[in-house]
Design a protein around this ligand. Sequence first.
Ligand SMILES: NC(=O)C1=CN([C@@H]2O[C@H](COP(=O)(O)OP(=O)(O)OC[C@H]3O[C@@H](n4cnc5c(N)ncnc54)[C@H](O)[C@@H]3O)[C@@H](O)[C@H]2O)C=CC1
Ligand SMILES: C[N+](C)(C)CC(=O)CC(=O)[O-]
Length: 490
Amino acid sequence: MTKTAAIIGGGVIGGGWAARFVLNGWNVQVFDPDPEAARKIGEVMANARRSLPGLTDVALPDEGAITFHETIASAVDGAEWIQESVPERLDIKHETFAEVQANCDASAVIGSSTSGFKPSELQQGALRPGQIMVTHPFNPVYLLPLVELVPGDAGDAALVEKAKSVLSSLGMHALHLKKEIDAHVADRFLEAVWREALWLVKDGIATTEEIDDAIRYGFGIRWAQMGLFETYRVAGGEAGMKHFMAQFGPALKWPWTKLMDVPEFTDELVDLIAGQSDAQSGAYSIRELERIRDNNLVTMMRGLKAQDWGAGALLNAQEKLMRDGRPLGAKADDVPADKPVLTARRTVPLDWTDYNGHMTESRYLQAFADATDRFMEMIGCDAEYISNGGSYFTAESHIRHLDEVHAGAVITIDTQVVLGEGKKMHLFHTMREGDRVLATGEHFLLHVSLETRKPAPPSPQIEAALARIAKGHTSLPRPEGLGRAIGGPR
Ligand SMILES: NC(=O)C1=CN([C@@H]2O[C@H](COP(=O)(O)OP(=O)(O)OC[C@H]3O[C@@H](n4cnc5c(N)ncnc54)[C@H](O)[C@@H]3O)[C@@H](O)[C@H]2O)C=CC1
Ligand SMILES: C[N+](C)(C)CC(=O)CC(=O)[O-]
């Protein structure tokens, strides 16, 4: 059954949460007094739709529905997760929780997006304090996986477990902080860097652009993939962390930071920074900058996914969760032999498109190769079989590009076995968006021994599984375009 989340406060962060839930198949009920809330969330949803679904190589569940409500009571009705993202003011948050708890289910998680309030502050005067916990996300919530989960001493242990499990199903990482502190953990770092940067601009040492360059061309990329301590361990060379600390230990006494000394937040300083920022980025609208940011994040996160590292490892874990129990998770005997086999259902990612604004040609081969991998897995040629020395090599491929497809499209691939006999496997893939045929891929593969690197018979189980499907597929119509070569009649 479709689950329901309530979003209370649908600004930058509430909108991001709404997109994360909806695109992961949850129904979302929003309460926000702003008459423009539906438009604003609609725009965030549009950006999320073009970026999030293409992060994984398995399609996300079908989208949930989003509805807008006049009261908190109606928004929290039937919700399993209530995410508060109202302005960062304790009085507004307390009023919100009172209304939420008077109307919601006691088994629902109530998460607060607060950047800095401690859970004990949020829980003051609450009907059920243990139900309220900090679930602090990072912007854009629909792409970045980190959520600081801070239940505080009063937190309900069962609800904390529920929160962790929901967050993993959404592809997020719950960083469970056992002790509460103002601004949690990650925002303390952001705040430290922010304060230092304010000084550098105020003292005329660097402009906003130079500061951003210092981050994005250097340590920002490094931090994105390893964090702080692992990075510094590597910086210690062969001698490691202790050497690093010994070398830079004395610097702790040198004037390398102004951290405790915050510049006065005058109108003059605000104007200086806002002016420099306009000069640096004013050529782009906020929505354009968001799309540039999302393109960059998707490209980096998909790179990390290929390495099964950091935020990319989280995507792989979510993909495994989504794949288990789906039709694409079928194995040998379950694969129907009376119709083409569904071997891929995925969204075209942002980084698969080119200067022509559509999916670039090499990605067609990638999608077909992934479908072949999936089919091999289904007949038993899986990672374990391959590690024991047997596999298939592709000997010949022919791709026809029949129609355009753009980032964000959900594509499927159906596979028909033309020949499956002994070492030989001849597959015909058809790629579609809905009913529209986009491309076909015809591939001839040979089973090989990975030891001799030469053709060799597959295991009897694989041979039988392939032969069964091949026999069934002989009764299917011959695929249009089978055996075509460039220059042949169209
Ligand atoms: N903007 C950021 O970078 C981040 C903000 N946060 C936290 O998320 C929360 C929300 O911040 P933003 O989304 O940035 O603010 P925002 O100003 O973009 O959105 C706040 C929304 O709450 C609505 N609102 C005001 N009073 C309300 C009420 N009584 N009930 C329901 N909705 C109400 C407003 O109409 C607005 O749409 C804050 O606690 C903030 O600290 C967390 C992570 C990052
Ligand atoms: C600036 N900020 C404190 C609102 C930042 C956050 O809370 C997290 C983020 O997304 O940077």
